[in-house]
Write a protein that binds this ligand. Structure first.
Ligand code: ATP
Ligand code: MG
Length: 378
């Protein structure tokens, strides 16, 4: 700091002149001084200009004693304040330090040397206080974050153990039956137990893949592999695979609005997004209805809408859907792990897009994914 800019709030003109002269003669630093006679005038100057330090007389015509400190600290919390007191005001001086001033000077003892030193000391002290405050704040933010991570880890572990136990149970029971009662089981029964084992293994494998994907995304290791693909053809293929799995309960409507320009897409991430969204649309509309998939290009972005007429999501729960393992309270006996949307969210983030949901319980749900079109690899 080459020049120290001081705001002096002091009603006594003679005193103000003395202080100015002391500072003018200082060889220690270069000081400039703006003078206000009233607290209100000082506050006005603070709003207009930048200062490095405030010199404050504690007996002003429009404010008295420590009352002057609070409004100044409120308006300029990062500015150091040096309080000017009269000879017998030791108590007041110490109290002002407690309330946030950085130093005090007894007016009668002020001289060129101690004035400049006190001002510079106050600036240094305030700077150290600010740095300490910031360090404390970032430490406490880190602590909160660490607690959150720990909580999430605990939830993860308990949910994973729970979701693994079911298929493991199936495998254990089926193998026991096949081992001990094979002779009493018909061929069909044996096949069905083997199938149950295979499905349980597939479920566990899928769960592991999903957890690994979330882990990768959260540690910034989710790789993107952009390739030129025909987006419409790709969407139609996913769409068809859902139609094939389906009963006659649902009506499928795929719509493309306007032309789609050629772009680069990560097929793997898109598959995660749309398999999950379409899977949910189907799963959470057990009574049937229309499932709509609309693709629209607008302002170099593609807007994908997946719409169903299913059970919907309670409004108060919608903000939590993307948290791993969260399942809404109205799912009843529809099975799931609560990882699908957490994966979708991470894939959408990795592609620099946005996802939102509009849903009404009993009426249906629409998920909207907006993704930027990538034209060339960055
Ligand atoms: P899975 O991990 O097998 O996908 P899931 O479907 O329960 O399990 P998510 O796909 O993450 O998990 O969805 C989270 C929750 O959001 C669901 O449990 C459900 O409550 C709600 N949800 C998601 N999509 C829909 C939808 N289309 N209609 C109604 N509820 C939905
Ligand atoms: Mg799902």
């Amino acid at each position: 700091m080459d020049t120290v800019k001081i705001l002096l709030i002091e009603d006594n003109l003679a005193q103000a002149r003395l202080l100015r002269e002391s500072l003018d003669g200082s060889t220690f630093k270069h000081f400039t001084l703006d003078h206000a006679q009233y607290l209100a005038e000082g506050i006005g100057l603070l709003a207009e200009q930048r200062f490095d330090v405030i010199l404050l007389d504690l007996s002003l015509p429009d404010s008295h004693g420590l009352d002057s400190l609070t409004p100044l600290i409120n308006i300029a919390p990062h500015l150091p304040i040096v309080v000017l007191t009269n000879t017998n005001d030791d108590h007041l001086a110490l109290e002002s330090l407690r309330r946030g001033a950085q130093d005090y000077l007894v007016k009668r003892h002020v001289n060129q040397e101690n004035l400049a030193r006190s001002i510079c000391y106050a600036i240094e002290r305030k700077q150290t206080e600010e740095e300490l405050r910031e360090a404390k704040m970032s430490l406490s933010n880190e602590l909160v974050r660490a607690q959150e991570i720990n909580e999430m880890k605990n939830t993860f572990v308990s949910m994973i153990s729970h979701d693994f136990r079911n298929p493991l149970c199936t495998i254990s029971l089926s193998t026991k039956l096949l081992e001990n009662s094979r002779d009493r089981l018909t061929k069909e029964q044996q096949i069905s137990y083997f199938q149950m084992i295979r499905t349980a293994i597939k479920d566990m494998d899928q769960l592991l893949t999903e957890i690994l994907l979330i882990g990768k995304a959260d540690s910034g290791r989710l790789k993107r592999d952009f390739q030129p693909i025909d987006l419409e053809y790709f969407c139609k293929n996913i769409w068809r695979s859902f139609q094939l799995q389906e009963d006659e309960n649902h009506k499928f409507v795929l719509k493309r609005q306007g032309n789609l320009h050629q772009g680069l897409w990560d097929e793997n991430l898109l598959k995660h997004i749309f398999n999950n969204l379409l899977g949910n649309a189907l799963k959470y509309s057990p009574a049937g209805g229309t499932i709509g998939f609309t693709i629209t290009e607008k302002d170099d972005r593609i807007i994908f809408q997946v719409r169903d007429e299913g059970i919907g999501i309670p409004i108060s729960e919608q903000s939590q859907l993307f948290h791993p393992f969260y399942r809404a309270t109205n799912v009843e006996n529809i099975s799931g792990t609560g990882l699908g949307l957490a994966i979708v969210q991470r894939c959408v983030d990795a592609l620099g897009g946005d996802i939102s949901v509009v849903s009404e319980p009993g009426k249906g749900t629409t998920f909207v994914v907006v993704l930027p079109i990538v034209h060339e690899l960055g």
